[in-house]
Design a protein around this ligand. Structure first.
Ligand SMILES: [Ca+2]
Length: 153
């Protein structure tokens, strides 16, 4: 394979009949299917993320493949040997269309919240309407403060 970087499948089926780059981070959305075939015992990849969840290092294959870890997002006869765990921020930042705007300290949507703050509070880095906290006085005269928090990753 003569590319580098991430292998990201948002939807549909992608088939590999030879090795993926060993330096690639494979990112599969919940609507994606990655099929691998060939004569190799496995294809090594840097990391694997399945529907937003980083996969643990190890051998990953299709259900029924005999691999120690399986996912319905994988198909085919050659399992993936996952060598490490993806950085959750790096995977999250893929939602920012321009690669040059993905660094933690940048604010590509101009809402005053840098990307790492948007990541931690679960706001959209592309909406331009970021707010992480609201406050109001309730019916009994008490101040109510609410803030967002990240649920996973
Ligand atoms: Ca922002």
């Amino acid at each position: 394979m003569d590319y580098a970087g991430r292998t990201r499948v948002l939807k549909g089926r992608v088939a590999f009949e030879s090795a993926l780059p060993t330096t690639t981070d494979v990112v599969l959305s919940g609507a994606a299917l990655l099929e691998t075939s060939g004569a190799a015992a496995f294809y090594a990849v840097k990391s694997l993320t399945l529907a937003g969840v980083p996969a643990q290092p190890g051998l990953w294959g299709a259900p029924g493949s005999g691999a120690s870890n399986t996912s319905p997002l994988l198909a085919g006869t050659v399992p993936l040997k996952v060598q490490g765990t993806a950085d959750p921020y790096e995977i999250w930042s893929l939602d920012i269309p321009e690669q040059s705007g993905r660094a933690r300290e940048l604010d590509p949507d101009g809402d005053g919240l840098v990307n790492v703050v948007e990541y931690l509070f679960g706001t959209l880095p592309t909406s331009g309407k970021g707010t992480v906290m609201t406050s109001a006085v309730n019916g009994t005269g008490k101040l109510v403060i609410r803030w967002l928090e990240r649920k996973i990753g």
